[in-house]
Design a protein around this ligand. Structure first.
Ligand code: ADP
Ligand code: ADP
Length: 598
């Protein structure tokens, strides 16, 4: 079976020379394969006459075409297709009562599509995209005799009701106004607000205006609003973004307790959190934006091991050329590098917040992971380095150029991604270095001609990271780069950041809450602690072992190591290993081997 896909957002016939048509061999000899749709003005490809030579794919200046050969049997499994030359979804996950079912796969592989079908929002068309309104009867006949049939029948008959926590929570404060409490009371049919507000730590901001909430607060309000709905099936699309690690686990526990009597499906890219949260996981693979296939369900531990390994044996599918490895021992922190910044003890007092920072130094070429709860002064510290804020006491020697990627991204820019780069970094935007070291690994190249306002959250994030890395600076402060990136993109981003800092002998300060990401990106750790919004203490940078131990001690979380892959796995609170590791003071890495330490 051959499928042809045209990415409509990339196809721009007005700005190219219609290379796809001009170079198509059958078209040149008079067989129509590619034409422009009179309505949309975009290219249309006939899958019947296309000979799959792949020339149009290579010639398209905007990388807008995919021609893909798929096994014939897969035809039977086509569940939904958005249109001609559009995305196709093969197979579906099966929600199970009493279990948290996870979906894991790259962005653009159909997770939202699957959720939309399972929640009854979209009736799948089984590939008949020309039909105006797909009929649930056809769908039920198609699924007859399968595990999913009874579930979908109840969804179609509205016997099962659903609630969805959407992915993008940072827009909620523009959609709603009024106090948090008023919003939640309206949804609360069963008088559960008190319990949920306590479990999710909402009590301190229940009487604040929604417009004033931070991302992490909005995330918890969105989760609470979903849980308060009296539904049978709950979907949580990325419940962890903007939350610190402590809050991520708090949310995970609340979602797990919900799953005891309900159906729960989650999409989550923080692998340590998914590992802790889900019972079974469906890996999803295919070609981003073109088609997605749901693999068989696996127990969460196996699923994540397979995912990191990059190869599914049962399906014989490789989805990454290399395996991702975690070391159970910290890297040797004794490498020599010149000091970039030295700071003595610093303090900063705002009206209602006080920060103290212990003396420390940042080295050239070093990537410092910055960890700690939200609102403990991480950004304030960096502003003092940049000379934007003067310390109340203490001195930073020198003044440092800082390139900053903020946590919340604005897509209000009018113009294309290319225009944005040109206006922000000038000539450098056209350099080969920028292209090969930054745009290519972050996969921003194919977005260059798109309007910034049309980018998805994950696309905007990659553009913002590229922009930050492209500026000339001494220190690169990158605040929560992992938000809205899929797990693969997180891994690529970590590598890109490391490479740039090392090559350019610059210093990276990376604030993030995804522990796997922090592990992959950091040479050392700066640890913030304190009481959110009241007082903060910044210490370090420390070598990885000491930094992880200090950080995880303050949040009370330990990690064990997977027996097969050595990847870190969160321990259940008060389990035997949790207690043993806490008493040994080893929260993250394997217990120190005296021979190694010597
Ligand atoms: P994920 O949630 O894994 O990022 P989605 O299910 O959102 O993936 O999208 C998969 C693909 O389907 C994307 O390429 C997206 O552009 C496409 N798609 C989603 N909704 C529609 C739609 N209504 N019409 C056409 N294409 C769509
Ligand atoms: P983090 O980066 O760890 O989330 P921040 O450094 O952004 O923390 O903020 C720490 C605290 O300082 C917050 O409670 C914030 O409201 C407060 N704060 C930050 N900047 C100012 C300011 N200019 N005036 C008053 N309070 C501020």
């Amino acid at each position: 079976m051959r499928i042809a896909v045209v990415f409509k957002d990339r196809c721009q016939p007005k700005r190219c020379h219609l290379e796809c048509m001009a170079f198509c061999p059958p078209q040149r000899t008079g067989t129509e394969v590619i034409w422009l749709d009179p309505e949309t003005g975009k290219a249309v490809i006939s899958e019947e006459t296309c000979i799959a030579c792949g020339i149009c794919v290579r010639k398209c200046p905007f990388d807008a075409i995919r021609i893909i050969g798929l096994p014939e049997e897969l035809k039977e499994d086509l569940v939904h297709q958005y249109g001609k030359n559009a995305f196709r979804m093969f197979r579906l996950p099966v929600p199970k009562k009493g279990e948290v079912v996870g979906l894991l796969g790259p962005n653009g592989i159909g997770k939202t599509t699957a959720v939309s079908i399972l929640s009854g929002e979209t009736a799948p068309n089984l590939g008949h995209y020309r039909r105006k309104k797909p009929h649930w009867d056809d769908v039920l006949e198609y699924f007859a005799g399968t595990e999913l049939h009874d579930y979908l029948e109840k969804i179609a008959d509205k016997e099962l009701t659903t609630a969805i926590k959407p992915q993008y929570v940072d827009r909620l404060n523009k959609m709603y106004s009024g106090r948090v409490r008023e919003l939640l009371v309206k949804i609360d049919r069963n008088d559960r607000l008190g319990d949920i507000a306590r479990d999710l730590d909402l009590t301190t901001f229940l009487d604040r205006d929604i417009g004033q909430l931070s991302g992490g607060e909005l995330q918890r309000v969105a989760i609470a609003a979903t849980m308060l709905k009296d539904a049978d099936v709950y979907f949580f699309d990325e419940p962890s973004s903007y939350l610190d690690i402590y809050q991520r686990l708090q949310v995970a526990k609340v979602i797990q307790s919900l799953s005891k009597e309900k159906y729960v499906v989650v999409v989550e890219h923080d692998l340590a959190v998914l590992d802790f949260l889900a019972d079974h996981v469906y890996l999803m693979y295919g070609s981003e934006g073109a088609y997605g296939i749901i693999a068989q369900p696996r127990p969460v531990r196996t699923a994540i091991n397979v995912y990191l390994g990059g190869y599914m044996k049962e399906e014989n599918i490789r989805f990454r050329d290399r395996e991702i490895r975690f070391e159970s021992h910290p890297p040797r922190g004794d490498w020599k590098a010149a000091t970039l910044v030295r700071f003595e003890a610093l303090t900063k007092a705002y009206e209602s917040f006080e920060l103290s920072v212990a003396p420390g130094q940042l080295r050239k070429g070093e990537v410092v992971g910055v960890v700690g709860p939200n609102a403990t002064g991480k950004t304030t510290f960096v502003k003092m380095l940049a000379g934007v804020e003067a310390p109340t006491s203490g001195v930073v020697e020198g003044r440092w150029q800082v390139s900053y990627k903020p946590q919340y991204l604005e897509s209000a820019y009018e113009g294309t991604v290319r225009d944005l780069f040109a206006s922000a970094i000038g000539k450098k935007a056209e350099s080969g270095y920028f292209e090969t070291e930054i745009l290519e690994p972050l996969k921003v190249k194919s977005m260059m001609e798109r309007d910034v306002s049309t980018l998805s959250g994950g696309e905007l994030q990659r553009v913002a990271i590229a922009l930050c890395l492209g500026r000339d600076a001494d220190i690169y402060l990158i605040d929560e780069p992992s938000a809205y990136l899929d797990s693969n993109q997180r891994i690529e981003t970590a590598k890109t950041i490391r490479r740039i800092m090392e090559k350019e002998a610059r210093t990276g300060l990376i604030v993030d809450h995804d522990v796997y990401f922090i592990d992959l990106v950091s040479d050392s750790l700066m640890v913030f602690s304190g009481e959110a919004g009241v007082r903060g203490l910044g210490e370090g940078p420390f070598p990885m072992r000491e930094g992880m131990n200090r950080f995880l001690r303050t949040v009370g979380i330990t990690f064990r190591r997977d027996a097969d892959t050595h990847r870190p796995r969160i321990n259940k609170l008060d389990s035997r290993l949790d207690r043993e590791q806490k008493s040994a003071g080893e929260f993250y890495y394997a217990v120190e081997d005296p021979a190694r330490a010597a």
